[in-house]
Structures are given as C-alpha cells and as structure tokens.
Design a protein around this ligand. Structure first.
Ligand code: SF4
Length: 392
C-alpha cells in the first residue's frame, strides 16, 4: 500500500518543536560505563553561527509554538565554559525571544559546578538536572573519571553548591541490576538529596552500550518500583515514571490527527517535535539518542545541516522517508497489538532499533521498563486504594 508523503501542513494540531536539544560539545570529562554516546573524547564546540542558523531554521519553517525548551545535552554541557552559554543564550533570545518563551535546561554530571556556574544558572533561570545514581556504592560502580575513580564525592560537592545558592534541581538516576537489590538505601539517599523530581532511567541497550543489566530481571524491577511507591505516596519524593503513570491513568495522551488516524502525542514519533542538533549543525529528529550513531543505512541519522538546508526541506528527502516509514510501521503495529497504546503512542524508535534490530518493532525492554510496568504498578496501587477506601 502506498504510504502518504510527509506533509507538515497535514498534521492537526500543527507540528511544533517543543524540545530543542543542542549539543554544545560532544566532550565529556568523565567516562560512565553505560554511556551510549560515540565520540565523547572530541573537544569540538558549537559556534555562534550554528546557534543562529538553528534559530533561523525554526523560524523559517514556522515550528515555534508559545514555549520552547532548549536542552543542552549529548556530552557534558559544563565542559563548555560559562561564556559560551552567555553568548548562546543571548543569541537565541535575540533571534527567538519575540516569538516564543525560551527555557534553558542543562543535564549535568555536576562534577564541574562552581560559583561561576551557579551565578549563570541564577542569572538565566536555567533548569538543572543532576545525573546521580544514588549512594556512592551504587554511583561509583559506573560513573567514574577517565582514570577510573568514582565521581560521587565531586557530584555531592556540586550539589552542595547548588543548594547554597538556592538552585532547585531534578535528578536522573540510572537503575542497574545492583540498584534493584538496594531499594531502601536508594530511596533514603534521594529523600535526603531532595531533588524536585527523580527520573528512573535504566542502562538501556543502545549505541556504545550494547547490553542492559536489567535484561532478565523484570520481576525484580517491578518489586523495586513497588518498594519505592510508598516514598511518593508519603510525599517524600516525586518519582517521574510513577508520577507520569498516575497522570496517564487519569488521562491518556492527547492526540494528533494525521493521514486519517489519531496519533497519541509521543514527541519521539512526531516529526520535529524534538529537534536534535549536533555541535556542527547536523540535525535529526525522533529519538535524540539516534543522531550521530553509526548507521550506514541511515546516514548516521543525520537528516541535514542547519547551515545548508531547512528542516522541512530535509524532510522531503530520501533520508527522512527511509527513517519515517519504518517508524510509522512500528506505530501501526503497536496500535494493533498493545493495550497501552493510548498511554504510550508507539514507544521509542532508538530502543526498537537497538533492542529488536528494527525501527518497525513493537515491544521492547525499554517500553516495559519505562512505561508498561510503572503504569501497571500505579494502576494496581490506585485499585488497592479504592478497594480499601470503598464503603464496607
Ligand atoms: S508500550 Fe511498547 S508495545 Fe505498547 S505501544 Fe508502547 S512501544 Fe508499543
């Protein structure tokens, strides 16, 4: 059956970029064992011209909505100096400030935070996320310096500085097999740390990290979530996956309409909802982790370069079609086969590719871990709550 061509005007509501993910530098000062990024030794840096070109492309294609979150990521963002961000924030504000409300977000390993960074975060209202895996015994297993030493102490020094300056931060922890055995220590640590929210990522099999330690441990992962849930119910900690699940139980995803079908709103599957731009201006869309991953079949998932072509121009070319067709097939299969489709919208292309070898795949360890199981744990707890609170 002929597949409909990409026509940005055919989406209802209109396509908008909500997350702009910019790679200030691919370099990272530490060397986590589960990192998926290739080329993290390279010290290249995004130039002001590239920042300006990204802004121009978004304007030219009418992709700006009322708000745009700019996430500085894909390397250690603080490996570029504060002056880089002063300049880049100013450039983006000048180019886009009259058209959209910009928010800047930095996800950092926190080892480089000092007074100058805290002043910059405060001056620009930057939202900070700290990558920390729990107490030192868990964190230092994987998050190490290039010479192999644990980074926990340095991260805590960075967190202490954030606190001293009154800068709120969320945390993202990578959950591995070892974390599942230490739910109580993990919960106690994060209750003390007091992030605004805790994201429970896991060591996904993707890119330079070919296997996940959670494979084969899904029962234990369910127990882990159930053990953490009371900390959230008691108001001690907001757990991102469980909070999102509770929200979804109350209200499934809003939908987009395209090609005669409703698409639950999943930003990893809607063209240009996420725009990912590498330090040199190469851009891609869909899962951010795809951009730059070695793939002869998909040209390393680079759709174009902001210095040479527009975003929608690139989407009319073969590289985009070659990517989007299997992604749509995967969504169609998810729609036909999965009871969670209205809450998920068809998953994450990068995980389908690296776990199942195809962008057109359906269920993955990723979707079971990040969506299905949290959803089922949250639903079960609500049912139990309703059961016990129902009149006798
Ligand atoms: S939960 Fe998994 S199988 Fe279900 S729609 Fe999402 S990606 Fe597809």
């Amino acid at each position: 059956m002929a597949q409909p061509a990409f026509d940005p005007g055919a989406f209802q509501p209109a396509l908008r970029t909500r997350l702009l993910i910019l790679q200030p530098t691919p370099f990272c000062n530490i060397d986590c064992s589960y990192c998926y990024l290739p080329g993290r030794d390279a010290r290249s840096r995004m130039t002001p011209d590239t920042v300006r070109a990204v802004a121009r492309r978004l304007l030219d294609d009418g992709l700006l909505g009322e708000e745009l979150s700019v996430v500085w990521h894909a390397g250690e963002p603080l490996a570029a100096p504060p002056a880089f961000y002063e300049d880049a924030f100013g450039t983006l504000q000048q180019a886009l400030g009259a058209h959209t409300a910009l928010t800047h977000c930095i996800q950092t390993n926190a080892t480089l935070i000092d007074e100058a960074w805290c002043e910059l975060f405060l001056r620009h209202g930057v939202k900070i996320g700290v990558s920390i895996d729990g107490p030192a015994a868990l964190h230092d297993r994987h998050r190490r310096t290039r010479s192999g030493r644990g980074t926990h102490q340095r991260v805590m020094q960075g967190v202490a500085l954030l606190r001293r300056h009154g800068i709120p931060f969320h945390a993202i922890a990578v959950v591995t097999a070892a974390t599942l055995q230490a739910a109580d220590d993990f919960a106690r640590f994060f209750i003390d740390l007091a992030p605004t929210e805790l994201g429970l990522n896991f060591d996904e099999a993707e890119g330079a990290n070919p296997t996940s330690s959670l494979a084969g441990l899904e029962g234990a992962h369910g127990d882990f979530l159930r053990a953490l849930l009371p900390t959230m119910q008691a108001g001690h900690l907001v757990l991102r996956e469980l909070a999102q699940a509770l929200q979804l139980v109350a209200q499934p995803l809003p939908t987009y309409h395209w090609a005669g079908q409703d698409w639950p709103d999943n930003a990893q599957l809607l063209p240009f909802a996420l725009l990912n731009v590498a330090w040199n201006g190469d851009f891609g869309t869909f899962s951010p982790e795809l951009l730059g991953q070695p793939s002869p079949a998909h040209g390393n998932f680079v759709l174009g370069n902001v210095h040479r072509q527009g975003l929608f121009d690139a989407a009319r070319g073969p590289a985009f079609a070659h990517l989007w067709q299997p992604i749509r097939e995967g969504v169609a299969r998810c729609r036909d086969s999965c009871a969670h489709f209205a809450y998920c919208g068809g998953g994450s292309p990068v995980n389908k590719l690296y776990e199942a070898g195809s962008l057109a795949a359906t269920e993955t360890l990723y979707c079971r871990t990040m969506l299905k199981r949290p959803f089922d744990v949250a639903l079960q707890s609500l049912e139990q709550e309703l059961g016990t609170s129902a009149p006798q």
